[in-house]
Write a protein that binds this ligand. Structure first.
Ligand code: AVI
Length: 340
């Protein structure tokens, strides 16, 4: 392995294996049953998500890539030299790769991901491609990070990269709290490069999350398969179906798993009963207007520097600067009281 890969001491922040069980029981015990979307991404789920990104109907990935490609020189210029680039939810680091080729003098790259094996494999691959780049992978749930690893060379500034419109998978008040944490991690003069999916026609959105090949359905149902595999639950996968309607008044796609018959599911010696048509909510994917998102980021302590979009106005990439890094107190409490 390349010497430039430094293992951060924070690597032991990896999610605990018991988390899935306790969060699944808590979610299934609510009047509106839920399973948290972060558990969609086991090995099988991550593979299916990569397939989703290639689908014709799923426009966000290719549109964001195109925006990044078309504006890379300007984006790299705004980030500037000597930066410590932290990517939240780096996956295979596919999106950073292009950025990194345009940022030759960096203090380091910190890919952060919940999936340790994928993180280390992509860091190793990246180290072969960029032998002079210091890479500091951090295995962690990126919504819980309190500190970023130091790089050997002192950075001129820290910039967070959060592509893919993953911010849409947070409720708006959680998004403010999460971005506020990023603002304090980046500190004074820090930056944020973020991809955001825009509000648009229902038809386009619903096609993107209900694809014809049924890959999104497999991705969603894999959450039940994972609960069977890892937690010994007995979900009958043939009695649940995927659906993803656009809730226009709340500006979000909702992924559901609908029970097609009355049934009882067992998990850890507890019983969860479903009536026909009852559903589990597995994910929200919020869509934003330009003003709506800039306002949300402002509440988190970021001011907009520049934004780019595709010509069909499907997706935006925005670059923000930290206005005033929030204090620890503000970081912990800023999310409360926010309404979308
Ligand atoms: C990861 N995230 C931004 C995706 C989205 O579009 O909300 C997850 C996804 N769910 C179904 N398709 C894609």
């Amino acid at each position: 392995m390349n010497d430039a890969i430094l293992f951060s001491p924070s690597i032991d922040h990896a999610p605990s294996p018991d988390g899935f069980l306790s969060e699944a029981i808590a979610g299934l015990s609510r009047p509106q049953k839920t399973l948290p979307c972060k558990f969609l991404y086991d090995e099988q789920g991550s593979k299916l998500f990569n397939e989703i990104c290639e689908l014709e109907e799923y426009y966000p990935t290719r549109t964001e890539n195109q925006i990044l490609r078309n504006n890379i020189t300007e984006i790299a210029g705004l980030i500037g030299w000597g930066c410590r680039l932290a990517e939240f939810g780096s996956g295979t680091s596919a999106k950073s790769r292009h950025l990194l080729t345009h940022l030759p003098y960096m203090s380091g790259y910190i890919p952060i991901d919940i999936s340790g094996p994928q993180l280390l494999e992509s860091a190793a691959r990246l180290a072969r491609e960029f032998p002079r780049l210091e890479i500091n992978p951090l295995e962690a749930d990126y919504s819980e990070i309190l500190e970023l690893p130091n790089t050997t060379r002192k950075p001129r500034r820290t910039v967070a990269f959060f592509p893919g419109s993953t911010i849409g998978n947070f409720e708006p008040h959680e998004a403010v709290a999460f971005l506020s944490n990023i603002a304090s991690l980046c500190g004074r003069d820090g930056g944020l490069l973020i991809g955001v999916d825009r509000k648009k026609e229902r038809r386009i959105l619903e096609c993107a999350y209900n694809d014809r090949k049924g890959v999104t359905a497999m991705f969603n149902l894999n959450l039940l398969a994972r609960a069977n595999r890892e937690l010994g639950a007995d979900f009958d996968l043939s009695s649940f179906r995927h659906r993803a309607p656009y809730n226009e008044s709340l500006g979000r796609i909702e992924m559901h798993l609908v029970s097609t018959r009355p049934q009882i599911v067992h998990l850890d010696s507890q019983e969860f009963s479903f009536h026909e048509g009852e559903y589990i909510t597995t994910e929200y994917s919020y869509k934003y207007t330009f003003q709506g998102f800039a306002g949300l980021a402002l509440r988190a302590g970021f001011e907009l520097v520049k934004s780019w979009e595709d010509r069909n106005h499907l997706f935006s990439v925005l670059f923000f600067r930290v206005r005033i890094p929030p204090t620890a107190f503000e970081r912990d409490f800023v999310g409360f009281g926010f309404s979308a």
